[in-house]
Write a protein that binds this ligand. Structure first.
Ligand SMILES: Nc1nc2c(c(=O)[nH]1)N[C@H]1C(S)=C(S)[C@@H](COP(=O)(O)O)O[C@H]1N2
Ligand SMILES: [Mo]
Length: 232
């Protein structure tokens, strides 16, 4: 039997450590691109579809709202516990709106996502259609704030944070992953699926990426917090 003090961490996925807060986070180059709250919003949907469309809030209101409590895991090894998200299942939005209105082609097997700050990422459509993947506009019962992705963000809890695109501006259903390439400064940081349970952190062994990423957490949290605090 191991020492008692480790018991609290037993539920963390491999290589992850829980922290008490949920910091604003991301790649350095996005720290200063604070997306201020936008009143009216819609998300463009395109790619390999017959009919590109604008997904409006009004259209989403026809889809049942859901609430979900899930943990959040950043690839740099920090995790946040028990976040209560509100919004819509991407699966429901896809089945109830996108299939009939946009008519994606059969070979559109990727979901590319773009944020208003220019950040992009891509998921397998199959992964995005899992029941715990949300288009979220609420966090802990409040409208989503600028720090966590207003007005709408993706929440994909089984995938590392870098797939959970904030400030959604555009979705593409596509056969081509190059349309919105993963936003990684270095090739080894990329991973098509980035599943947390399998520790798919990137193109290098997970233990090595843990070691490279962990020292970056504190300074990144500070940088993102300072950028938010000093905005005019
Ligand atoms: N638009 C946008 N989405 C983004 C990022 C970003 O910089 N811009 N950073 C990603 C990374 S690396 C992480 S860990 C999470 C952080 O989400 P949070 O800021 O709500 O904690 O957002 C992801 N989605
Ligand atoms: Mo991250």
């Amino acid at each position: 039997m191991g020492p008692k003090r480790y018991v609290a961490h037993m539920s963390a996925p491999p290589g992850q450590r829980y922290r008490d807060d949920f910091p604003r986070f991301g790649l350095d180059q996005f720290a200063n691109r604070v997306v201020e709250h936008v009143g009216e919003w819609s998300v463009a949907v395109g790619g390999d579809v017959a009919d590109p469309l604008e997904l409006t809030r009004e259209a989403l209101e026809a889809v049942p709202r859901v609430e979900q409590i899930t943990d959040f895991h950043c690839v740099t090894t920090w995790s946040a516990k028990g976040l209560r998200w509100g919004g819509w299942r991407f699966h429901d939005v896809y089945e109830q709106i996108l299939v009939s209105a946009a008519q994606p082609r059969d070979d559109a097997t990727y979901l590319s996502l773009k944020g208003r700050d220019g950040y992009t990422s891509v998921l397998l459509l199959e992964d995005a259609l899992a029941p715990d993947v949300l288009l979220a506009d609420e966090l802990d019962g409040e409208p989503l704030g600028v720090e966590h992705g207003a007005p709408l963000r993706l929440v994909a809890p089984k995938h590392y944070g870098f797939k959970n695109v904030k400030h959604l501006e555009r979705l593409d259903l596509t056969k081509d992953t190059r349309l919105h390439k993963q936003m990684t400064p270095l090739a080894f940081m990329d991973h098509t699926r980035a599943r947390v349970e399998l520790e798919e952190r990137g193109q290098l062994p997970a233990w090595l990426l843990r070691m490279l990423y962990r020292p970056l957490i504190d300074r990144t949290v500070r940088k993102f917090r300072d950028a938010l605090d000093s905005r005019s």
